[in-house]
Design a protein around this ligand. Structure first.
Ligand SMILES: Nc1ncnc2c1ncn2[C@@H]1O[C@H](COP(=O)(O)OP(=O)(O)OP(=O)(O)O)[C@@H](O)[C@H]1O
Ligand SMILES: [Mg+2]
Length: 202
């Protein structure tokens, strides 16, 4: 083999090694967010393993009854609805912006601290401050009732109130009424197996 051909061979070898090592660095970086099992099995890249895809939830690592106001705020501001794992809608974001101006949101931490250390809490607030619509949502993010098939029950003084509050809360949490949030009035049960928050009037 001539000297020139030998040199070209060495250059080609070095080039391909460089390329391979930069590809493996890229692959490693791309897979950093995956668990060891996902990396080994290549679930993300393998269409035959799509049914075993692990969905990351914004609630991963949370403990029921120990949510902080900051954690809840971050989850509410996220892209994915942690209860349905679907992207939040534009309307949800508009409503969230308005909700954050309600007085109860300024006291979310205080409220959660009280709930965590007490068996009963009597919460008094001005009319329109957000007791009926916001407090049940604070509890949903704290208790995570969907994980253990629990339900938060809210009593209402009128049939119409039970229906309209349920609709409002469903809209604010980006749910379809009758699924995660529902109501129960005499002769009508608008809820289902996924219902975790129910407004009731008897
Ligand atoms: N269906 C709705 N459509 C639009 N805004 C609503 C609706 N329901 C409640 N709101 C608004 O949300 C805010 C909080 O209402 P919420 O009923 O939670 O207050 P509240 O503290 O329970 O009041 P009250 O002491 O009168 O029961 C209020 O400003 C209210 O105007
Ligand atoms: Mg009220």
């Amino acid at each position: 083999m001539s000297e020139i051909a030998k040199k070209r061979n060495v250059e080609n070898y070095e080039e391909s090694t460089d390329k391979r090592s930069s590809e493996s660095v890229l692959l490693k970086n791309n897979q950093e967010h995956l668990s060891k099992r996902q990396r080994v099995e290549g679930i993300d890249n393998n269409p035959y393993l799509a049914h075993r895809q692990i969905t990351k939830s914004p609630l991963d690592g949370w403990f029921p009854g120990r949510t902080t106001a900051e954690q809840a705020r971050i989850a509410e501001d996220g892209d994915i609805n942690p209860f349905t794992n679907k992207p939040f809608s534009k309307r949800y974001r508009e409503l969230l912006k308005a909700r954050r101006t309600l007085p109860v949101h300024a006291q979310r931490k205080e409220f959660l601290d009280l709930v965590h250390e007490s068996q009963f809490v009597v919460f008094v607030g001005e009319t329109g401050s957000g007791k009926t619509t916001q407090i049940p949502q604070f509890l949903c993010y704290d208790i995570l009732p969907h994980l253990k098939k629990k339900q938060i029950a809210c009593t209402q003084p009128r049939r119409v109130a039970a229906m309209s509050v349920a609709q409002r809360v469903a809209d604010e949490m980006d749910f379809k009424l009758g699924e995660e949030v529902g109501y129960n009035i005499r002769f009508e049960d608008c809820s289902g197996p996924k219902t975790m928050l129910k407004n009731r009037y008897y």
